[in-house]
Design a protein around this ligand. Structure first.
Ligand SMILES: *Cc1c(COP(=O)(O)O)cnc(C)c1O
Ligand code: SF4
Length: 382
């Protein structure tokens, strides 16, 4: 059964198609095939040079960093890159820079202690009632800011079938778990059959309520989300999908149409952005991103402070920048457009929300508060 897009009104016209760029001669049937997009990923300098005018820094970074963290860019995502501007937000997220080679003394190999909190390989169980379940280490695009650089893109650490089976057994046997986040890498790098095997096992557990899928394919390879995939997944409702848009430029017609199909098929959609210097560390850009997400029926969920992973220090902003962004959103736009700004605490402390301070004074039963426009109000407790 084909999944119809119901939302074909004027809103859709506000989203520009990404088009095919330098791949204009590729037939639509190939372009819209996720297998073709995966096979044609930009992995070499020769391929990259066809898409953009590579800078000396990018060339050097590619040579030096490819051993550590591969380059991989789908043709679809590559069409969003500015050919000439190395500071293009899409380019910065996908093309290596030599700044990646810098490792600071405060950088950590596993900043979130995801390995320490692993009762079995591939499952991080930190909060009592929910787990992260790593199902693959592959992604269509390797994000230069990836917090799991230590594992993602490294075929040697790919979760084998036996590991998935052990992870499922752990979750099935642990009645305290009511929420499973299927993560990676990008779980949509797996085929539909493997995903259905995992999700059907989870849905069969009486203690599992929430099943979340964390995937960036909506951003990097929307064609992965086929009608067959949607029809498979909707059988296991309720399913929540969290994606990872970081910049308004990524909100294309292709992404809009795919999000529309998912929303029409009953999935709730959320977004987890990462605050990245030079990409989206600007209240105006973040506000535009949140507005575009809401037009796509994707609810902003988190903005993450950049983690202390190795080789991403050039993306880090001061924490104040995140506070400034929330300050610029809260009250100035719809509350639906305001995500939580969180620091995932180094050492495995979990996500800690950070907010502008709206309490001016608190004495006994008297609270002096300030609003978004910095006007003060007093609330008296009974
Ligand atoms: C982020 C995360 C979760 C989910 O946290 P929520 O705040 O519920 O979205 C669960 N486990 C781990 C280890 C995480 O990093
Ligand atoms: S899609 Fe996610 S896991 Fe994959 S490289 Fe990007 S940030 Fe890392």
């Amino acid at each position: 059964m084909a999944v119809q897009i119901i939302t074909v009104n004027k809103v859709r016209e506000r989203f520009q198609p990404a088009g095919k760029g330098v791949w204009s001669s590729v037939p639509d049937s190939d372009w819209h095939s996720w297998i073709w997009q995966q096979q044609q990923r930009i992995k070499s300098m020769e391929q990259l040079e066809k898409a953009i005018n590579v800078t000396p820094d990018e060339r050097l970074a590619f040579e030096k960093s490819n051993e550590m963290f591969h380059m991989g860019i789908t043709p679809y995502y590559a069409t969003l890159m500015d050919k000439d501007d190395p500071n293009c937000p899409v380019r910065q997220q996908s093309v290596p820079k030599t700044s990646e080679l810098t490792i600071l003394a405060t950088d950590l190999e596993d900043p979130l202690a995801e390995e320490r909190d692993m009762p079995v390989p591939g499952v991080t169980h930190r909060y009592p009632d929910r787990v992260l379940f790593y199902t693959t280490h592959n992604c269509p695009v390797y994000c230069r800011h990836c917090t799991r650089k230590r594992k993602v893109s490294d075929p040697g650490s790919a979760a084998q079938l036996a590991q998935l089976e052990n992870g499922l057994k752990y979750i099935e046997g642990n009645k305290a778990i009511r929420d499973v986040i299927i993560s990676g890498g990008d779980p949509l790098s797996l085929g539909d059959d493997r995903l259905e095997w995992i999700i059907s096992r989870l849905r069969a557990c009486d203690h599992i309520e929430i099943i979340r899928l964390g995937s960036r394919n909506l951003v990097t390879l929307p064609f992965r989300i086929t009608d067959a995939f949607i029809n498979m997944l909707r059988k296991y409702h309720p399913i929540h999908i969290n994606t990872h848009f970081n910049h308004p430029k990524e909100c294309t017609r292709e992404a809009f149409d795919t999000a529309a199909k998912l929303a029409d098929a009953g999935f709730t959609l959320g977004n987890q952005a990462v605050l990245l210097k030079g990409v989206n560390d600007d209240p105006a850009i973040m506000k535009e991103l949140m507005h575009r997400l809401m037009l796509m029926r994707i609810r902003p969920y988190y903005i993450y402070q950049c983690d202390l992973s190795q080789g991403i220090s050039h993306f880090r902003t001061p924490i104040e920048k995140g506070i400034e962004i929330i300050e610029a959103l809260r009250g100035h736009t719809s509350g639906l457009c305001v995500p939580h700004f969180v620091v995932d605490a180094p050492g495995g402390g979990g996500k800690i929300p950070i907010m502008p301070n709206y309490v001016v004074k608190h004495e006994g039963k008297q609270w002096t508060l300030r609003n978004y426009a910095k006007k003060q109000y007093t609330y008296y407790e009974p």
